[in-house]
Ligand binder design. Structure first.
Ligand SMILES: Cc1cc2nc3c(=O)[nH]c(=O)nc-3n(C[C@H](O)[C@H](O)[C@H](O)COP(=O)(O)O)c2cc1C
Length: 398
């Protein structure tokens, strides 16, 4: 890891890192919640029971997950919706203030903010992050995103940067953040995008040298960014192909290790549909996607992503839309509790460190997951029961 201009070895990191963050905990396979700050969370559907961002809902669900031992609570950085009858994600909470509130309401899980780097100056972001790290006693983590949804960035009066330049900007942004978090003396920074004069930041975060950083870059340049500067990266699992997933996990770990001398956690984003039987779960998914999906919203989404027909073959595009509606294009964990637990076992066996989860009917799904799936993955040895102190002990470095 590089702190300012100084390279820090893994041993030094062990000493430097605080031991308060659940992301460093002992569970072999870690779990997080995704999207509990945006309307509908991750399912682009008109069914009843989807998540709506009221503060009572946020508090109830994040506390439920926290008590069950989930390690990560990750919000989505969003500023406007995708249209359609749901205006998917249109109503949303800002993520630093969300993290401060969730941090006050919970006790153990890592609480993330997701920051679109072009929307906030790093001096402000570093200060907010440090404040939340103090509020939470060292449980803050930061998801760094560059922004791809043009209409939301246009609201800021900014032109969206060309893809690779977004990461060049994010690199400087993060360098400034890290210097603020670590420099004991005032510093100057002169880059292409930022000029800092006598940079100063006190107090320092509780987590030393700074809170864990996550990134979900999928492109070549995104992966290098994550491997070089971040502590957690996401891979996208294509189809049901576990061998490809294993190669992908190995590849990204090796990239971080060989090119940058760093160890990183590798996670996946999954959506979860639990039924009494596999057939029930599949039937329910088919209904909430095909019959009740907000197809206008997903059409808008894929067009903005540049995936419209003509770019992707028709069949592939339809498949992508289906999984976007089902759960933001995540890896499907669909079936009976035993099937879902078995699939999580497979994810762990290809070397993944954890998964972010969401459910179409969030509260109902999370409740079933805690009651019916968690015991199975504990029995499988992937996790300790949440009540065991050992489960919260921090032995592994992020
Ligand atoms: C788990 C996960 C969370 C993400 N969160 C956000 C987000 O909150 N806001 C956002 O604009 N993009 C988000 N993204 C998109 C990524 O930041 C990134 O743009 C995308 O994965 C494409 O990678 P690339 O930028 O390397 O092409 C997320 C992606 C994943 C997989």
């Amino acid at each position: 890891m590089t702190i300012g201009a100084t390279s820090v070895t893994a041993d030094q990191l062990d000493v430097l890192m605080s031991h308060s963050n659940a992301l460093q905990g002992a569970n072999r396979f870690k779990l997080g919640l995704f999207g509990l700050n945006v309307d509908n969370a991750c399912a682009i559907t008109t069914i009843d029971g989807v998540f709506h961002p009221t503060w009572n809902n946020v508090k109830r669900l994040t506390r439920m997950a926290d008590a069950a031992g989930f390690e990560a609570l990750v919000p989505v950085a969003r500023w406007r919706g995708f249209g359609g009858v749901t205006n998917f994600n249109g109503a949303c909470y800002e993520t630093f203030t969300w993290a401060a509130g969730v941090g006050g309401a919970t006790e153990r899980a890592a609480v993330f903010a997701t920051s679109h780097v072009p929307t906030i100056h790093p001096i402000v972001a570093a200060k907010q992050a440090t404040t939340i790290d103090h509020i939470t006693g060292g449980r803050f983590a930061l998801n760094v995103v560059c922004g791809w949804f043009e209409p939301e960035l246009e609201m800021f009066g900014a032109t969206i940067m060309e893809h690779d330049e977004r990461y060049a900007y994010a690199t400087e942004w993060l360098e400034v953040m890290k210097q603020l978090w670590t420099a004991e003396e005032e510093f100057d920074y002169s880059g292409r995008y930022f000029r800092i004069r006598r940079g100063f930041h006190q107090p320092k975060p509780i987590q030393r040298p700074f809170p864990p950083i996550m990134n979900a870059g999928g492109s070549g340049v995104g992966r290098h960014f994550a491997a070089k500067y971040c502590d957690m990266i996401f891979i996208h699992i294509k189809g049901q192909d576990m061998e490809t997933a294993r190669k992908d996990v190995d590849e990204v770990r090796l990239l971080a290790r060989k090119e940058y001398g760093r160890e990183i956690q590798v996670w996946a984003n999954c959506y979860c549909v639990i039924g009494d039987t596999d057939a029930d779960a599949l039937k329910f998914r088919e209904w909430y996607v095909r019959e009740k999906g907000d197809w206008q919203a997903v059409d808008n989404l894929v067009r903005i992503m540049g995936l419209q027909s003509g770019v992707l073959p028709k069949e592939q595009l339809e498949g992508a839309k289906y999984h976007f509606i089902a759960g933001w294009g995540g890896y499907p964990l669909v079936g009976s509790p035993a099937r879902v637990a078995d699939d999580i076992n497979k994810l762990a066996s290809v070397g993944l460190d954890g998964a972010l989860l969401s459910w179409p009917r969030y509260e109902e799904g999370l409740t079933r997951f805690i009651d019916e799936v968690m015991p199975l993955i504990q029995q499988a040895g992937l996790r300790h029961p949440a009540s065991t102190k050992e489960a919260q002990r921090t032995t592994q470095r992020v």
